[in-house]
Design a protein around this ligand. Sequence first.
Ligand SMILES: Nc1nc2c(c(=O)[nH]1)N[C@H]1C(S)=C(S)[C@@H](COP(=O)(O)O)O[C@H]1N2
Ligand SMILES: [Mo]
Length: 212
Amino acid sequence: MTTADGRPDGPPGPPGETIPVPPDRSIPPGQRLIGELPLMHYGPVPRPRPERWRFTVGGATLDGVEHVFDLATLVALPPVEVVADLHCATHWSVLDQRWGGIAARDVVALAPPAPEVVDVLVFAEYGYAANLRLDDLLSGRTLLASHRDGRLLTPEHGGPLRLVVPHLYSWKGPKWVRGWNYLTEPARGFWEERGYHMRGDAWREERYAYQE
Ligand SMILES: Nc1nc2c(c(=O)[nH]1)N[C@H]1C(S)=C(S)[C@@H](COP(=O)(O)O)O[C@H]1N2
Ligand SMILES: [Mo]
């Protein structure tokens, strides 16, 4: 198999050639600009099985029970569109990705956390997870994306749903997202356990755990 642009399929995608940053734009420190979103993930691309797909919000929920949603329920929430630059912690950025989907905070409203919750562990297929602050999940620009550039998100780029948190490094946005757990104690996700930063704010260059 190959990707749409002819590169061999499979992670991680080789990042493209560096292009100049337009004079009216900026990218975070330590990043270089490339033209197209590559493919970058750990492990295989999960085969879509929409009928069995569920999204689970658990951990310290306000009512103490786990909330399970099917895809139809989530995609019926009010549609949002967010145009955002994407910054990978391996030093490449792409401008102006146009994501469509639903606001993460609308899902939080359907299954709210207990008052003491400050952290969230967002999980995806095959054991991938990323921890975020609840505040970052509640940001007005954080979405669960089902579309990119007006088209359904491809399985390679995280379909049916992918979390996008524009101000954080892109490892904080699990592709093939399947839910989150509200935490009462901080916990580390997949990359955070492997030396990456708890918060991961790209503009503050919070790349590595030793900076915490
Ligand atoms: N499930 C999952 N999501 C993931 C990853 C992953 O390995 N698994 N990698 C992250 C990283 S490091 C990046 S840079 C982006 C890449 O997204 P793309 O393949 O659409 O470019 O996905 C993020 N989401
Ligand atoms: Mo990345």
